[in-house]
Design a protein around this ligand. Structure first.
Ligand SMILES: [Fe+2]
Ligand SMILES: [Fe+2]
Length: 166
């Protein structure tokens, strides 16, 4: 089956975005680990693995069509978190940017009547809802539990409990 050059480009761009997200979460996990947030570190390591799976999902889709996926260099993420809340806010922002890219690619697939790519990207659109909701829910905990040392430690514990399942 043939897909257009434009769609191939959009999917290759998405591969880079997912790879970038994986590296960003990996760097954030490192930041958490050295900042004393072991629970959040475990959570972000899992999140990094998940983004790598997303990247592979698109790579395998392209390869299954006989189009060799493009694996590009990913710029190192610039991590400047000042607090755990800050790290989670930056993560939500990152996910929102990925959602915009997915929606743009979906619009393109629709325009090109490329329904196999559309179906692949629909999965990603649903996944983005899940990702954004997850970060919004944990960010809400800072309002409900608080921002002092004990509250943040509790949020770190909550993140630990979600580490294997995100
Ligand atoms: Fe992703
Ligand atoms: Fe994500």
């Amino acid at each position: 089956m043939d897909i257009s050059k434009e769609i191939t480009q959009a999917l290759n761009d998405q591969i880079s975005l997912e790879a970038g997200a994986s590296q960003y979460y990996l760097a954030t996990a490192c930041w958490c680990e050295v900042s004393g947030y072991e629970g959040a570190a475990a959570y972000f390591y899992t999140q990094s693995d998940e983004e790598r799976m997303h990247m592979l999902k698109i790579i395998k889709f392209l390869n299954s069509l006989g189009i060799s996926a493009k694996v590009s260099a990913v710029p190192g993420p610039n991590i400047r978190h000042k607090s755990l809340e800050d790290a989670l806010k930056a993560s939500l922002k990152n996910e929102q940017a990925v959602t915009v890219a997915i929606h743009k690619a979906l619009t393109l697939a629709h325009k090109k009547s490329d329904y196999s790519t559309f179906e692949l990207l629909e999965w990603f659109a649903a996944e983005q809802v899940h990702e954004e909701t997850k970060f919004e829910a944990i960010l809400q905990k800072f309002d409900t539990i608080g921002r002092d040392g004990l509250a943040v430690a509790e949020i770190d514990r909550i993140l630990a409990s979600q580490a294997g399942t995100c």
